[in-house]
Design a protein around this ligand. Structure first.
Ligand code: DSN
Length: 384
């Protein structure tokens, strides 16, 4: 036990002592983490509403209802909400299970363009069930709407229309034109599923485009920019279908302690302080962007969210390691034309913003990154 507790202590110290720029993590406030270790963790509550497979679920049922109501207040009251999915990948699987049949075609962003494994990558389970087609980025490094439209058209002409277009990303810095995506989907009768896991906090604070006006279904994880505990929210107009897909389709008992933490996060997301935090996330990203631009660091141009992607490295893995050696934590990122080694690194501003970083610290950190990249790549890198 001592070994275990020491390791937990070390991890807490690591998170405090290092500069964390992993774009998918956040420092969830202690007041919310405290809810994860309450008695709620002890309770089984398979089912929904007042219809549970176990007695004694009266309190946790009300907690779940509170979480659902607050998700509606933060995002949209026009959708049904499921708060039971354990995380992003199972939540996406639940959406596919609800709206697709085995063998159906889906179209999603390829991994090297910033897509996510759970959108049907060849190593994921959905790729065994569905016919997965991919789109990428155009020359301007933007999601290629023409390619999306032409794949949807080709497949329709072949007599096998694409059932679902998945948009959303893990490594992409620009906002999405949901209106145009919906227009394209409507031409081909394609379901538009939006995975806004990365930008959930920014959507909650209304600082990026609102996907709820146009999506048929949506999913977000709760632990990235949203700044909650691990979990996921699924939004749809056919809540019964999604609920059945999550339980009993794919999962057993919901993690009621996490649902309480998610509920607290959603309550906080309605406060001015939370909106200010999300604004600071964007301001801090802009500070990194300005420093990189001034020093000719090569990165995918323009960002509307918390992320930046540095590109044209010889090996993003080597830069990742060199940065870790000085206490800066990032992750290497495969980019569009990468065959073997990833030539990018991805950074995000949301974790350090939770730790109170502003202009001074971000400027200093950006310059440390620039220094390490030049040490690894040679002083002329980016100035060529
Ligand atoms: N692995 C996460 C990310 O880094 O974006 C998404 O699940």
């Amino acid at each position: 036990m001592k070994q275990l507790l020491d390791l937990v202590k070390l991890e807490t110290q690591r998170q405090k002592g290092q500069i964390n720029l992993i774009a998918s993590e956040n420092q969830t406030p202690q007041r919310i983490l405290d809810l994860l270790s309450t008695s709620l963790s002890n309770k089984y509550a398979e089912g929904y509403g007042n219809n549970r497979y176990y007695a004694g679920a009266v309190n946790v049922s009300q907690i779940e209802e509170l979480a659902i109501n607050n998700a509606k207040k933060v995002f949209s009251d026009k959708f049904d909400v499921n708060v039971q999915a354990l995380s992003g990948s199972p939540a996406n699987l639940a959406v596919y299970n609800a709206f697709l049949n085995p063998g159906d075609s889906i179209l999603s962003l390829n991994l090297n363009s910033g897509g996510h494994l759970s959108h049907g990558s060849s190593v994921s389970f959905p790729s065994k069930i569905f016919n997965v087609l991919k789109y990428g980025l155009n020359k301007e490094e933007l999601i290629d709407l023409n390619q999306i439209q032409s794949v949807l058209k080709d497949e329709q002409q072949k007599g096998k229309p694409v059932k679902m277009l998945i948009v959303g990303y893990s490594g992409y810095c620009r906002d999405l034109d949901y209106k145009e995506l919906k227009r394209i989907c409507q031409l081909f009768g394609t379901h538009l599923h939006v995975d806004f896991s990365h930008t959930a906090g920014l959507v909650a604070a209304k600082l990026v485009n609102d996907p709820f006006e146009y999506a048929d279904s949506l999913m977000c994880t709760t632990h990235k920019t949203l700044r909650g505990p691990r979990g996921a929210l699924i939004f749809s107009k056919q809540g019964d279908k999604v609920n059945k897909s999550v339980f009993p389709g794919l999962q057993g008992g919901p993690h009621m302690n996490n649902i309480a933490g998610i509920c607290a996060t959603l309550i906080e997301a309605q406060t001015p302080e939370y909106v200010q935090y999300q604004k600071q996330v964007l301001e801090n990203r802009a500070i990194f962007e300005k420093q990189f631009k001034n020093k000719n660091i090569l990165f995918q141009k323009g960002s509307d969210n918390h992320m930046l992607i540095i590109k044209q490295l010889t090996d993003g893995g080597v830069v990742e390691k060199a940065l870790e050696d000085v206490g800066i934590i990032v992750n290497r990122q495969k980019l569009q034309h990468d065959k073997q080694k990833p030539t990018g690194i991805r950074i995000g501003s949301q974790f350090i913003t939770s730790q109170g970083y502003d202009e001074k610290e971000c400027t200093y950190t950006a310059n440390q990154i620039i220094e390490i990249i030049r040490e690894v790549e040679g002083q002329d890198w980016g100035n060529l």
